[in-house]
Design a protein around this ligand. Structure first.
Ligand code: SAH
Length: 469
């Protein structure tokens, strides 16, 4: 029997894909295939028995839509958020938090085993949050319109269909008030939301960032125009909200999925938001990357610091340093720290952050890590009679695509005792760990940290040691 689109089947969910979809097989009896035909089904949990409708059929697998739970898994919970199923964000909300943490641990372990070649590795439990709600300090809320008028919410999974829901349960409650103010300003002054298809209208996104330690709030309205009509009226409304500073505009007139454009126009306040990680204060520009889950960031950085094992004598490189968060966190325990980051604005922030915290032993360079470090290495050899540049610890925290091999090669050439790798994608981490293991390093410690509860994302921090060092 052939699996057909729009046909319903009853399946038991046996596994989860890396994207968090349940995997259930249409069984032998129904199919005449001894291994069964696997279906990927969003919103299901291991242990569910569910009626599903086939929505897409490929050669060896297919996709199904959950129609009805026949017997729920013991690990199933009712999502707190009313739009959990439509929204593309919190795809794991129907699972207990404990089960989510297990899923993330397994994901890291499987990648390190399969891609990293560490066949027997056992990854310890994911460090999770006590209260995994309202944890995000940053929201990028898209504006659009539907039959009823302006809507602001988030995109439905894998689409750009705007779902109108003001309260996101992983964001601070104050965001609702802010979104409501912006909407009512737009209605009163007839400022149209951006229409993605036609490229018309003005308001594209509202970037909201809340300093959890300082109580400061940054609102940056991304607009498809050079200026915002009646901007002073918007500012007037927003600054009535306690902590509101700064308010700014970001100009993005391109037809693109990239949220922020290059130019920022400041409307109120100093143009940056202040927040703290541990004892260090950071000034953050709207365009700079800043970790989104402040309390778990501290957990992550403390692990990184523990793995680095600094005594005060070390030379440390922090590659992909953003506004210098890890660099400055480590600088207090190291002799010298060098940070490298591609976004010039972030490096300006990093230098400034070193200054306002009285940290004199941190230096920052703008550029691609895979260019800056090899150039530094070559230059050092030339100017030091063939002697090679040395680092004691190299920290990397790359974006999802991981590190370029040329960078890993330079790291290996510099022979640091330790490489601390902070990763937001355990598949590319595993690939890079494989390279480092083949070139004189062994993986000593690995800890997944849950920076993004209810989503499939998992952050990992690990430490590699030079063999025979
Ligand atoms: N370590 C920082 C930032 C990590 S996010 C923190 O914990 O806050 C990754 C950073 O890498 C971003 O700031 C991004 O702008 C930067 N980046 C991306 N590609 C890069 C490259 N090729 N070289 C250097 N930095 C890069």
């Amino acid at each position: 029997m052939e699996v057909k689109k729009n046909q319903d089947y009853v399946v038991t969910i046996e596994d989860l894909s890396v994207e968090g979809e349940g995997i259930g097989k249409i069984s032998e009896g129904e199919l005449g295939n001894e291994n069964g035909f696997p279906l990927f089904i969003k919103d299901t949990v291991i242990g569910d028995v569910a009626k599903v409708r086939v929505i897409k059929v490929k050669k060896n697998y297919g996709y199904g839509r959950l129609m009805e739970i026949i017997t729920p898994s013991p690990n199933r919970v009712k999502p707190l958020c009313p739009v959990a199923r439509q929204c593309g964000g919190c795809t794991l909300q129907c699972m207990t938090y404990e089960e989510q943490l297990k899923f993330k641990r397994r994901k890291v372990e499987n990648n390190l085993r399969r891609i990293g070649g560490l066949k027997d590795i056992e990854v310890p439990v994911t460090l999770g949050m006590e209260k995994p709600w309202r944890y995000r300090n940053k929201a990028q809320v898209p504006f659009g319109s539907d039959k009823e008028g302006i809507c602001a919410g988030f995109y439905a999974g894998r689409t750009h269909t705007n779902i109108d829901s003001e309260d996101c349960l992983i964001a601070p409650e104050i965001n609702q008030t802010i979104i409501r103010e912006i909407k009512s300003f737009m209605e009163e002054y007839h400022v149209a939301p951006y229409d993605e298809e036609r490229g018309t209208g003005i308001v594209r996104h509202a970037l909201i960032r809340v300093g959890f330690h300082t109580g400061q709030i940054l609102v940056c309205l991304v607009i498809n125009a050079d200026s915002l009509p009646h901007a002073d009226k918007l500012t007037e409304r927003l600054i009535k909200i306690q902590g509101m500073t700064p308010v700014c505009l970001n100009i993005n007139k391109k037809k693109t999925n990239v949220i922020l454009g290059e130019k920022v126009v400041n409307l109120f306040g100093p143009g940056y938001l202040e927040d703290k990680i541990g004892e260090v204060t950071f000034q953050i520009s709207p365009q700079s990357f800043f970790q989104v889950n402040p309390s778990q960031t501290e957990v992550l950085y403390k692990k990184a610091l523990e793995f680095a094992g600094l005594t005060g004598q070390e030379t440390v490189w922090d590659l992909y340093c953003g506004i210098g968060t890890i660099s400055l966190f480590l600088a207090k325990k190291a002799k010298q720290v060098y940070g490298v980051e591609i976004v010039p604005q972030a490096i300006d922030d990093a230098k400034n952050n070193a200054k306002i915290n009285d940290i004199a032993n941190a230096e920052f360079y703008v550029g691609k890590a895979e260019e800056v470090l090899p150039e530094y290495y070559k230059e050092y050899e030339k100017t030091h009679n063939g002697e090679t540049a040395h680092a004691d610890v190299i920290v990397v925290d790359p974006p999802r695509k991981g590190c370029e091999e040329s960078l890993l090669q330079t790291i290996v050439d510099m022979q640091p005792e330790k490489v601390v790798y902070v990763s937001c994608d355990s598949a590319t981490l595993a690939r890079d760990v494989k390279f480092l293991r083949a070139n004189g390093y062994e993986l000593k410690d690995v800890t997944p940290v849950d920076q993004f509860p209810h989503t499939v994302h998992v952050e990992v921090v690990c430490c590699l040691h030079r063999v025979n060092s």
